[in-house]
Ligand binder design. Structure first.
Ligand SMILES: NC(=O)c1ccc[n+]([C@@H]2O[C@H](COP(=O)([O-])OP(=O)(O)OC[C@H]3O[C@@H](n4cnc5c(N)ncnc54)[C@H](O)[C@@H]3O)[C@@H](O)[C@H]2O)c1
Length: 291
């Protein structure tokens, strides 16, 4: 079996949004890779660059990074609005476009046409397992999920999930890459909806909602119990409000369409229908308008 780790030098990140911009930055900060970041929305590459500049400036101010290293890292990132011309130069592609199957499908079809046969093609999707995309590339053995967490420059974990056709070299190289950019990889040996973290988070959140709906305890007390009894940094209801109830609602519906899980809890559906989506709208399980 070929070992390609030493060959992995050029990383292409597709999508310069919340996740893609920071995946590119974290990769560049390692000093090991040249990074290209592609986005097609007008102004997005400039916004991503400005956000990354702000992030490194703050790290320099706090003494976590030298000015020289910060400048070198940003200098390693090249912007592009053209996937077709950038893909042939990449050893590893990390797709981080919007969570929409058709958007990801068009990226993977393009990668099938323009990336080299050896390049590893990874998706940062939170819910779409790689087997739904890998076949579009003509080289499913080189494809895997590479699921980072937000914010990437703070959150250590990255879940690598192998599809039914992903080969060992792809898995090992992906794991080694994640270690090389100072994140911690875990391997999902068989793909499954939600990977590891979201399955556990969703199970806990659904149980919390069952307890609330059954009148066993208030949302406040359930959160306090989880926070103080399990040592979570915040309870499930505060976490759901923080992430956005619409995101969780959408993910539960998607899971149902994939043939897993039960109905969306009424308490969640009612909040979403009333447009109480958590912190971003001022109200969710808790009220933030007076805070
Ligand atoms: N935000 C999170 O907390 C989080 C955490 C883990 C994983 N994810 C996953 O990461 C992915 C990206 O999420 P995000 O929050 O960064 O989204 P986002 O909306 O902030 O960014 C997506 C970017 O992709 C760009 N884009 C769309 N189609 C494109 C194309 N064809 N070519 C190039 N660029 C294109 C958009 O212009 C946008 O800038 C999603 O799959 C999401 O599920 C998100």
């Amino acid at each position: 079996m070929l070992t390609r780790m030493h060959e992995l030098k050029r990383v292409l990140v597709v999508g310069a949004g919340t996740m893609g911009s920071q995946i590119a930055l974290q990769t560049a900060l390692s000093g090991r890779y040249e990074v290209t970041i592609v986005d097609t929305a007008p102004g997005q590459l400039e916004r991503a660059r400005a956000q990354n500049q702000k992030l490194v400036d703050r790290s320099v101010e706090k003494g976590r990074l030298t000015k020289e290293k910060a400048e070198q890292a940003l200098g390693r990132i090249t912007d592009s609005d053209n996937l077709a011309s950038s893909a042939p130069n990449a050893d590893l592609v990390i797709e981080a476009v919007i969570e929409d199957f058709d958007a990801k499908k068009s990226v993977f079809e393009s990668l099938g046409r323009h990336a080299t046969n050896d390049a590893i093609l990874a998706s940062n999707s939170s819910t779409i397992v790689i087997s739904r995309l890998a076949g579009l590339t003509g080289r499913p053995e080189r494809c895997c999920n590479m699921h980072f967490f937000h914010p990437v420059t703070v959150m250590q974990l990255c879940e690598i999930a192998r599809g039914p056709q992903t080969d060992d070299d792809t898995v090992e190289t992906a794991m080694e890459f994640v270690r090389g950019i100072d994140r911690t990889p875990v391997l999902l040996q068989k793909e499954i909806w939600g990977f590891i973290v979201n399955r556990i988070l969703f199970a806990a959140s659904e149980e919390a909602m069952r307890l609330l709906e059954g009148g066993y305890a208030t949302a406040e007390d359930i959160d306090t119990a989880v926070q103080k009894g399990l040592n979570w940094p915040m309870g499930p209801f505060h976490l759901l409000d923080f992430s956005g109830l619409d995101i969780f609602y959408g993910a539960l519906n998607d899971r149902r369409q994939q043939g897993e899980g039960g109905e969306v809890p009424d308490v969640l559906r009612e909040l979403v229908e009333a447009k109480h989506l958590g912190r971003k709208t001022g109200k969710g399980f808790f009220d933030y308008t007076t805070a």
